[in-house]
Design a protein around this ligand. Sequence first.
Ligand SMILES: [Fe+2]
Ligand SMILES: [Fe+2]
Length: 272
Amino acid sequence: MTNSSSKIFFAELEYAMREHRFLKNNPVAEALENGKANADQIKFAIEQYSMLPAWIVRLLAASRGRLHGWSDVQTELSNNIGEEAGSKTGGLSHVEILIRGLAEELKLDVRGVEYSQATQTFLDEMLQAIKTQSPAFAVGIAYALEDSATPELLVLSRVLNGYASLTKQSLPISAITLAGQSQPAEVTTMEEAKKLSLDDFLSLHVQEFEPGHRNRLAQALTERLTDEVKQELKNGFDFTLDLMDAWWDAMVRDGKIDSHPVFDRAALGGVA
Ligand SMILES: [Fe+2]
Ligand SMILES: [Fe+2]
């Protein structure tokens, strides 16, 4: 497939992705910003969210394992896995940087967190589909994870700041990072990586790591995009984003956040 028709294909996926409610109207961020969530509920959501970065290498590696003969794509997934494991952060893995930041800046220890039923289902269903569906479907899952990472991390940033505000701690994420316009920190050594703040972590991801993963994966896939591959890749992509919608909905439900008004003021003629 030519570069330009491949660009259109991925742009269409991106457009459809942005309409998903976990990105457009994220139920946790909205409950928080509408004053309908307490600190315990948001803590629950952050803890459950942290399972995804903890699982990302496993999911990408499983997807890579299905792509026999797609050497460019496998190479890119290997680069990506290498980054997650610390190739650009002085050997400190991304999930480790996140765990340290949550502990130091928000006093949240996510290490011993138990999977909620919904989180277990979300992760298991992705892994199961990667193993049993077609290779193109499996790489569609990987692509969905990379493409959604930037906007989802920006949602996470709002949730982290909301949690800080509910617990009367300093807001970890700066306005410039929230706006997607920060200048990421330079980091080459383990010592530097250990000093990265949550703001640095988010900034590096939304400015560099995640757009790089998405763009390089799209580029590596370009030559593989027959009509059949495109259809299956899109099926895997949509499947993953639907699971993400359900997962974020469950964070609200299981954390017992009331994301709906207790009563409808308009229906009561404004009396309430
Ligand atoms: Fe990462
Ligand atoms: Fe990524």
